[in-house]
Design a protein around this ligand. Structure first.
Ligand SMILES: Nc1ncnc2c1ncn2[C@@H]1O[C@H](COP(=O)(O)OP(=O)(O)OP(=O)(O)O)[C@@H](O)[C@H]1O
Ligand SMILES: [Mg+2]
Length: 270
């Protein structure tokens, strides 16, 4: 946040030059798939893990993590916005705000939405960013190849104990997510991280700080491994003592920026 003026009930935020991840024709294809590439995905994963680590460290939960609330450009990275539903961590009352597709299974079972709920919502977001599912929100519209699915969060829990249509729809969606997660190839380390974000039990879900470390390790490993591979391929043209040292191949420059504290992106963070 840049500043505030109580006289006009106004506060000033950084304008983030980028589009949110649900923007059609920019980050979303006509069939509602994310249009970015793996470098985009890794940057988003790292930046938003850092943002969640920061927020949860301040005992704040966001409550509406989803592609539409993440602004991204390759130059700026990913920035979390829309704190309209943010609350203190572990709120005592029932939270019924947010976006149905990103609400975690513990809400269905125990009416619970604590900080691990943000990790679940980010996990669903990452299923979209890694091209495993179309934009979940698009299920609320009639689609050619899937049944329309939409419900109101506050209708999931009926006070008379009966099973509401909203509860049935939410369960159907959680089952769909579960099917996608079970279908991932766990030989792939990124799939294992997704699985750990989308673990049904909130206490067993990966924490944002652990998540950020694992993603940063993946980014480091990819850079390092690729570099070694290219080095091996250019071994035959290795310069001799006479011709001088290594000549750095410009293609080896990584498109992923170094991880710094400054890259932790929360809109309005001061
Ligand atoms: N600081 C910012 N810089 C640039 N764009 C922003 C910024 N904050 C929000 N936006 C854009 O405006 C959109 C709506 O903002 P926000 O998510 O905060 O409001 P909202 O309550 O969700 O509004 P809406 O009624 O559109 O859902 C975001 O999805 C994002 O695309
Ligand atoms: Mg929003």
């Amino acid at each position: 946040m840049f500043g505030a003026d109580a006289r006009y009930f106004t506060f000033f935020l950084e304008y983030v030059a980028g589009n949110d991840l649900s923007t059609s024709a920019v980050w979303r294809t006509p069939d509602d798939m994310f249009s970015g590439v793996k470098n985009d995905a890794m940057r988003i994963w790292e930046d938003i893990s850092g943002a969640l680590e920061y927020l949860h460290g301040k005992s704040v939960q966001h409550n509406d993590i989803k592609p539409a609330n993440i602004i991204y450009s390759a130059a700026r990275g990913a920035v979390l916005c829309d704190f309209g539903l943010a609350s203190e961590a572990r709120p005592t009352g029932l939270l019924t705000g947010g976006t149905p597709f990103y609400v975690p299974p513990e809400f269905l079972v125990k009416e619970q939405r604590n900080p691990p709920a943000d990790v679940w919502a980010f996990g669903v977001t990452m299923l979209y960013i890694l091209h495993h599912i179309p934009l979940p929100d698009a299920r609320g519209a009639v689609r050619a190849n899937a049944k329309r699915l939409y419900w109101q969060i506050h209708q999931v829990h009926q006070r008379d104990g009966s099973t509401s249509p909203a509860r049935i729809d939410m369960q159907a969606w959680i089952d769909e997510v579960d099917t996608v997660v079970r279908g991932l190839d766990y030989k792939d380390s990124l799939a294992r991280i997704l699985r750990d974000m989308l673990t049904p039990h909130p206490d067993q879900r990966v924490s944002p700080s652990e998540l950020r470390k694992r993603i940063q390790h993946e980014i480091w490993y990819t850079k390092h491994y690729k570099r070694q591979n290219v080095d091996r391929q250019t071994e035959s043209s290795r310069p001799t003592k006479e011709t001088g040292g290594w000549v750095r191949d410009p293609l080896l420059g990584s498109t992923t920026e170094e991880n710094t504290e400054e890259n932790t992106s929360v809109e309005g963070e001061d």
